[in-house]
Design a protein around this ligand. Sequence first.
Ligand SMILES: [Zn+2]
Ligand SMILES: [Zn+2]
Length: 196
Amino acid sequence: MNGTASILIAALLGALTWSFLEYAIHRWLGHSKVAPKNPFGVDHIRHHVEGGYFSPTWKKCVVGLVFTGVLALPAVLVLGTALGLGYVGGLIAFYATYELLHRLEHVRPGFGPYARWARRHHFTHHFTDARKNHGVTSPLWDLVFGTYQAPGTIQVPRKLGMPWLLDPATGEVRSAHAGSFVLKGGRDGEARPSQR
Ligand SMILES: [Zn+2]
Ligand SMILES: [Zn+2]
């Protein structure tokens, strides 16, 4: 195998490592039953409760840089410079992809079939059952650990309705999303389908 192919495989393994960390951090720190007050858990529950809240970007950058520094040295020592940096590069690149995708899921309207799938997968976690679908970029580890739930119609609390979801003229679900999302908590406080 030539050097480029080896580095590519190292980068893919790094991406796979992030995929697992994405699941593990979200499930066991974000929704920790043992230590619910851990800093990530506190921030994450706020993300659930407020909907539009995200940890400040500077905080993510600091954690990302520290994590990269801590990981890069042993990776280079074990795998050599090229493979070690390829592994860490793949992991960090996929982490950045995750951050971007997660942010876009919450704040943007439709943006391609994969991202629309990922949003329904993630919003099933947010609004249907927070014990399910901890993966954001893929269902891989949810399938492995038995926490996968196929998205059905997602009931979004009216007060957490995202701007891309709601028609500003009516305050109801936009027709483009009417098959996938309904608002919960109308005047009667009950779930009800979009009126469109
Ligand atoms: Zn989210
Ligand atoms: Zn969560």
